[in-house]
Design a protein around this ligand. Structure first.
Ligand code: PLP
Length: 401
């Protein structure tokens, strides 16, 4: 064995950070813990029977293709189906714009690999998706956070950040946003902000990455047009995934990008895994062809909207004054804000002692702040567990005040 392993690791590998969430998930698997920590879908929503049927048919009818290497871009029937699906919001979307990935997390890695050199700047919401932070950090990017309010990223603050960056003769490589029922905050960016974001992106000549795994999971209010559907300058790359619509275990997701940008991304994926599994791609293509997705989405919406209602109601009944939370219209998460003098980080071990878990909000802040915040997931626990878990948290916060 060599004396000092770190001498051999690349700077990039040394810079990689372990995901706090993945670490927390280990603790939260302990029996008896009510976990609001992970972003896990409720397994009751997994369409096991339908997937069993389509997987048998794919093996029977298309076994040779399903078990073979496939094109890096993805299986054409799935890309075709996705182009149609994404085309409901913008009719110019073609198969050429779709790249199938092993989860959106791989999409984030591909984008990072294609766009980021060490010290490049990425602009993102504050807070933002931890997996995005992790991917950008692995490529040694500098992340700048832009505060949000209930309408999403604050555009006055974004302009300030971009002016400041420009004054140093720098330009961010992209603006990364999770505009629908954001992970972690649950906030949805308003139409007005989306339009303004595009206007700013055009003015400063910066691509936008629109990462939207929860878009279909709306429980109340009106749909807001996707940013890509409003884009007239081919400046938006979209990340979509089946993780929260079907199940994360299939690892089927996609990047949708202007055709000119596709080539580098395909090459980047080639060195990662050659291609995504043909079998699961064809399964999802067949699932879509059978028209099963709308019914599945309806089922998920019903279950999760019930859980969200219960969480909101219990928070209102039990949380002490001074604790605030977001009011998501969809998705899987809501955001808790404790009084400034309380630290969700310091209270975390106590929460675990009380058999309830959340994710500390600071993990989602690229500036290391947000110590008094936490993310709560409402999709995984049962309604009964939600009531019990929120009561435990409320009691703990009261005692700590
Ligand atoms: C905003 C966001 N992007 C990407 C992902 C990654 O999803 P997956 O790799 O399962 O497709 C998630 C998962 O929670 C997410 O919330």
């Amino acid at each position: 064995m060599v004396k000092d392993l770190t001498e051999f690791y690349s700077k990039a590998a040394l810079n990689m950070k372990r995901s706090e969430i993945r670490e927390l998930l280990k603790v939260t698997r302990r029996p008896g813990i009510i976990s609001f920590a992970g972003g896990l879908p409720d397994p009751r929503t997994f369409p096991v029977k339908d997937l069993e049927e389509v997987s048998c048919e794919i093996l029977r009818e298309q076994g040779d293709t399903a078990l073979q290497y496939g094109p890096t871009e993805g299986e054409p029937p799935l890309r075709e189906a996705l182009a149609k699906w994404m085309g409901y919001e913008k009719d110019s979307i073609k198969l050429e714009n779709i790249l199938i990935t092993a989860g959106s997390q791989q999409g984030l890695d591909i984008i990072s690999k294609v766009f980021l050199d060490p010290d490049d700047i990425v602009v993102m919401e504050l807070p933002s998706y931890i997996g995005g932070l992790q991917a950008f950090n692995a490529y040694r990017a500098k992340m700048i956070g832009v505060p949000q309010d209930a309408q999403g990223m604050r555009m006055d603050q974004l302009e300030k950040v971009l002016d400041n960056v420009a004054s140093r003769n720098r330009k961010p490589k992209f603006i990364y946003v999770v505009p629908d029922f954001q992970n972690p905050s649950g906030i949805t960016m308003t139409l007005q902000r989306r339009k303004k974001l595009l206007q700013i992106a055009y003015q400063y000549d910066i691509p936008i990455i629109e990462d939207s795994p929860y878009r279909e999971l709306r429980y109340k209010g009106e749909d807001v047009p996707a940013i890509y559907s409003l884009d007239t300058q081919n400046q938006v790359i979209v990340l979509g995934t089946f993780s929260k619509l079907l199940c994360p275990g299939l690892r089927i997701a996609w990047v949708m990008a202007p055709a000119e940008w596709m080539d580098r991304m395909v090459v980047a994926k080639q060195s990662m895994d050659l291609c995504s599994p043909s079998y699961t791609q064809l399964m999802v293509a067949e699932y879509l062809k059978r028209g099963l997705l709308p019914k599945q989405i309806k089922k998920i919406r019903k279950l999760y909207s019930g859980k969200l209602k219960v969480m909101l109601k219990t928070l209102k009944q039990h949380m002490p004054e001074g604790v605030k939370w977001s009011q998501p219209d969809g998705g899987l998460f809501l955001w808790l804000e404790l009084p400034e003098n309380l630290s969700a980080n310091d209270l975390f071990p106590k929460a675990i002692e009380n058999n309830v878990a959340y994710v500390v909000g600071s993990a989602f802040h690229c500036n290391g702040k947000g110590q008094n915040t936490a993310r709560l997931n409402f999709s995984y626990s049962t309604e009964q567990q939600i009531v019990e878990g929120i009561q435990r948290l409320a009691k703990m916060f009261k005692e700590s005040m």
